[in-house]
Design a protein around this ligand. Structure first.
Ligand SMILES: Cc1cc2nc3c(=O)[nH]c(=O)nc-3n(C[C@H](O)[C@H](O)[C@H](O)COP(=O)(O)O)c2cc1C
Length: 354
């Protein structure tokens, strides 16, 4: 059976195939936090090519401290929603579904691009490495107070409300890649001694509170998803979950939350994790029946089929970024090149992608 091109039922949505466009930040927005038109059109073109599930770039959840890169988008004002509505409608016309991913970058913030110039995090620890975009060390973050925590959660809620109003089918809470939620989850960045730090359950508390608050504004006919990873964009070599047990405990805690699917982000999906001989998706599958989305180094038919052994939907980042015909090429089993990280830099230029 051709599983890759078979439908998948995700709550009330019948996905036409198992291929999705991974969330990709493009840094194209102006002062209005609205992506460039060609960046919005790119999403529609990937739906036209046959992708079943289209993710937005990571949408920034507030105007105070959430933004980590210049030119990121928000979904908080009517003008911003009005820019996204036709994109969602065009994706729907192609028979695909649209998911808005949202994040707060925490200690990875670039204060200059946040109107309130704040950098906040669970603890006042900077990444070891410098910010590659500025060439300077990351600023020391303020330790988040309880007020900050509830204020930040409110940003997730308002952004989810924006996405619902713009017609999105799903909302994804970005808990991966060493950004704020991931900073709470990981003992590497969370040294708190209150109820948000210490045990895995305590470090999960912030994620839980975000999910609970967002769920309250997401109607039952929409999807709520979460994304996690063991790696972060700064200090990449660090294993954020430290152990298999900690990772599986977090997956187990997520499985008890009102989410509809779990997205697992890796560099290379086959890679065994925590010396277990199993990959991140296989380890997740041991503790949850949630539908799984898997991403990382899926670039041709064989790699997509291999990833589908461990997950229900496979996401592609770089291949779909750079190859507008990727879905059809995969369908026909064409020999395809695997793109490198540097190839993706074109995502951040003013040049429209094919
Ligand atoms: C240009 C670019 C921007 C990205 N932006 C995001 C993002 O906003 N949110 C996110 O969760 N992942 C982001 N990622 C990671 C991708 O979603 C994906 O996990 C990663 O590229 C690995 O998949 P691949 O090997 O198919 O490229 C980005 C990747 C690239 C190349």
């Amino acid at each position: 059976m051709d599983t890759l091109f078979s439908p998948f039922q995700l709550k009330r949505f019948t996905l036409k195939n198992r291929l999705g466009l991974a969330p990709m930040t493009r840094m194209s927005a102006g002062e209005d936090s609205i992506p460039r038109q060609d960046v919005l059109d790119f999403l529609v073109r990937r739906a036209e090519n046959g992708v079943g599930i289209i993710y937005t770039e990571a949408i920034v959840t507030d105007y105070e401290s959430a933004q980590g890169y210049p030119g990121q988008a928000r979904m908080l004002t009517q003008r911003q929603l009005d820019a996204w509505k036709p994109v969602v409608e065009a994706i729907h016309r192609q028979g695909a579904i649209a998911v808005m991913q949202m994040f707060h970058c925490g200690r990875m913030a670039w204060p200059e691009v946040n109107p309130a110039h704040r950098v906040i995090a669970p603890s006042s620890i900077t990444p070891q490495q410098d910010n590659p975009l500025t060439g300077a060390p990351y600023p020391v973050p303020d330790v988040m107070s309880r007020f900050d925590i509830s204020h930040v959660i409110n940003g997730f809620v308002e952004t989810a409300r924006g996405a619902v109003a713009a017609g999105f089918d799903g909302i994804e809470i970005h808990g991966a890649h060493g950004y704020l939620i991931s900073q709470f989850l990981s003992a590497y960045t969370n040294k708190r001694i209150d109820e948000y730090g210490g045990s895995v359950t305590n470090r999960f508390r912030f994620f839980h509170e975000v999910i609970a608050a967002v769920k309250a504004v997401v109607p039952d006919d929409r999807l709520l998803l979460a994304r996690i990873s063991d790696w972060g964009v700064a200090d990449m070599e660090v294993s954020l979950f430290e152990t298999r047990e900690a990772y599986q405990q977090v997956v187990g805690l997520l499985a008890a939350e009102p989410i509809d699917a779990l997205s697992i982000s890796t560099y290379q999906f086959q890679q065994p994790a925590f010396d277990s001989g199993k990959n991140m998706a296989q380890l997740a599958r041991e503790v949850t029946d949630l539908p799984l989305l898997l991403c990382g180094g899926i670039y041709d038919r064989a790699s997509a089929e291999a990833a589908l052994q461990d997950a229900d939907i496979v996401l592609s980042g770089k291949s779909l970024l750079l190859n507008p015909n990727w879905v059809e090429d995969v369908r026909h089993g064409k020999t395809l090149e695997r793109f490198q990280s540097e190839d993706a830099n074109i995502a951040y230029t003013a040049e429209p992608l094919p």
